[in-house]
Design a protein around this ligand. Structure first.
Ligand code: NZQ
Ligand code: ZN
Length: 395
C-alpha cells in the first residue's frame, strides 16, 4: 500500500430537509455578494430556482446561467468577468457536474488577471492564487465534483477537454436525492456509468494489497449496479436516487484512491471523444470500458479481474479466466441494460477520421504509459476501432 495524505473539508448536508432551512446561512457565512450559477434551465422547470432565490433573500445575487454540459471555457470567462465586476464573495452552483466544475474554475479566475484557459492548461497557477468559496446544490449523481478538487473544461476551438485541479473542494455541498427525480433516463444512465468508471479507474491499479480501499470500491460498485436500473424504472424511488447520489460522492472524493498508484486510462480516452464530438461523458465511458477490459486481460492482470468477477459480479465460475471473461461481458450487459448506445456509431461517430489524432492526444494528456496496463497510441486507436461494432461481445 502506498503512503497517502487525506483531508476533506467539504461540509456535506445529505437528504431532503436541509436546503430551505440551511442554505441562506451556508452561503451568507462567506459574505453577501453571491454569484448564482446554473445550466440550461432544468432548475427553473423543477422549481428549485424559485426555492433557492427565496432562500437567498437579503443577499446581493448576480446570475450566470446557460452553463452547458461539457462546460465550455466561454462560460468561465463570463463568470470571471461577473465575479470581478460584482465583487463576488461566494459562488452558489446549482446543477450537475458541468455547472459545479465551471464554478470552481470561475472561483480561481476571480483572482486571475489573464485568460482563465491558462488556468486550465496549467493548474499549478491555481494553487498560487485564491479561490472563492463554493457552495453547491447537486442535481445529478455522476461526477463526484461535489466533494473533490477537480473540474473538466472544454475548448471547442482547440478540441481540448482538460482536467484542472484547484486548491479547494466545495465548502458546502447540499445533496438532496429528491432533486434527481427529474433527471432523464439518458443522464441517469450516463451518470451511473460515470460512477462505475470512476471506481474502475481506481480499482484496476498497480498498487498492491490496498484491501481496505478495494473493499470500499467493491461495495460502491455493487450499489451502483443494483440501483441504476431501479432509478431508470422508478425515477422517484428515493432509495435508488439516494444510493446513486452517495455513490457519486464516495467514488470520487479521494477515498477510493487511497494507498494506490492512480494511473487512469478510460477517462483520458473518453475526454478525446467529448472534445471532438461533444458526446455525453458517461455514455462514452460505457462504450469504451468493456473494450478496454477485454484488451488488457492478460496473465499479469488476471488476478484483479478474478477479484472483480467474484466480489463485484458474484460470478462463481471456478475457472479464473472464464470468470474474468464473464465479468467483462457482465459489464457490457449492464451498460446495455441501461438503454444507452454500446458503439460509437450509436452516438453519431460513424467515421474514423480523428482516431489517430485522438489516440495520440489521449496517450500524451493521460500519461497512459503510467496506466494499470500501459497503452500506446496504436492500442488506443485499436480501442476506438473495436468500439465501432459489437464484435467480441454477446449482444
Ligand atoms: O443544464 P441543465 O438545464 O441544468 O440540464 C442538465 C444537462 O442538460 C441536466 N440536468 C442536471 N440536473 C438535472 C438535469 N435535468 C433534469 N433534472 C435534473 N435534476 O443534465 C444534463 C447534463 O448535466 P451535466 O452537469 O453536464 O452532467 P454531469 O453531472 O454528468 O457532468 C458531466 C461533466 O462533468 C465532467 C464531465 O467530463 C462532463 O464535462 N466530469 C467531472 C469530474 C470532476 N469534476 O471530478 C469527473 C468526471 O469524470 C467528469 O469528467
Ligand atoms: Zn467521469
Amino acid at each position: 500500500m502506498y503512503d497517502f495524505k487525506y483531508e476533506n473539508e467539504t461540509d456535506i448536508r445529505f437528504g431532503s430537509n436541509h436546503i430551505d432551512a440551511e442554505l441562506h446561512d451556508a452561503v451568507a457565512q462567506f459574505g453577501s455578494n453571491v454569484l448564482l450559477t446554473y445550466g440550461g434551465g432544468s432548475i427553473k422547470k423543477s422549481g428549485l430556482y424559485d426555492r433557492v432565490v427565496k432562500t437567498l433573500d437579503g443577499l446581493n445575487v448576480t446570475e450566470l446561467s446557460g452553463i452547458e454540459p461539457n462546460p465550455k471555457i466561454e462560460s468561465v470567462r463570463e463568470g470571471q468577468k461577473l465575479a470581478k465586476e460584482n465583487d463576488i464573495d461566494v459562488i452558489l452552483a446549482v446543477g450537475g457536474g458541468s455547472v459545479i466544475d465551471a464554478s470552481k474554475v470561475i472561483g480561481s479566475a476571480a483572482f486571475y488577471e489573464g485568460d482563465p484557459w491558462e488556468l486550465v492548461l496549467d493548474p499549478s497557477k491555481r494553487k498560487k492564487i485564491g479561490q472563492l468559496p463554493l457552495v453547491d446544490i447537486l442535481t445529478l449523481s455522476a461526477t463526484g465534483t461535489e466533494n473533490n478538487y477537480g473540474s473538466v473544461i472544454s475548448n471547442m476551438e482547440t478540441n481540448q477537454k482538460l482536467g484542472t485541479m484547484g486548491p479547494h473542494r466545495p465548502s458546502v455541498s447540499f445533496l438532496d436525492p429528491e432533486l434527481t427525480f427529474s433527471v432523464s433516463p439518458w443522464q441517469t444512465a450516463a451518470g451511473s456509468i460515470d460512477i462505475f468508471s470512476h471506481l474502475t479507474e481506481q480499482y484496476f491499479d498497480q498498487g498492491k494489497d490496498a484491501d481496505v480501499t478495494d473493499g470500499l470500491i467493491e461495495g460502491i460498485y455493487r450499489a451502483v449496479i443494483k440501483w441504476a436500473p431501479v432509478a431508470l424504472k422508478e425515477p422517484k424511488n428515493y432509495d435508488a436516487r439516494a444510493n446513486l447520489m452517495w455513490a457519486s460522492t464516495m467514488a470520487l472524493n479521494g477515498l477510493a484512491r487511497l494507498g494506490k498508484q492512480n494511473g487512469w486510462t478510460v477517462h483520458p480516452i473518453e475526454h478525446e471523444l467529448s472534445a471532438y464530438y461533444d458526446i455525453t461523458h458517461g455514455v462514452g465511458l460505457g462504450i469504451l470500458t468493456p473494450r478496454w477490459m477485454k484488451f488488457i486481460l492478460n496473465d499479469k492482470n488476471l488476478p484483479k479481474f478474478v477479484r472483480f468477477a467474484r466480489n463485484v459480479w458474484g460470478i462463481t465460475e471456478p475457472d479464473d479466466r472464464l470468470a474474468a471473461q464473464e465479468a467483462i461481458q457482465a459489464t457490457y450487459n449492464w451498460v446495455k441494460s441501461l438503454d444507452v448506445p454500446t458503439t460509437l456509431p450509436g452516438v453519431g461517430i460513424d467515421v474514423d477520421d480523428n482516431f489517430v489524432v485522438m489516440a495520440n492526444s489521449a496517450v500524451k494528456v493521460g500519461h497512459l504509459e503510467n496506466a494499470f496496463e500501459p497503452l500506446t497510441a496504436s492500442d488506443v486507436e485499436h480501442l476506438f476501432r473495436e468500439s465501432m461494432t459489437v464484435a467480441g461481445f454477446e449482444d
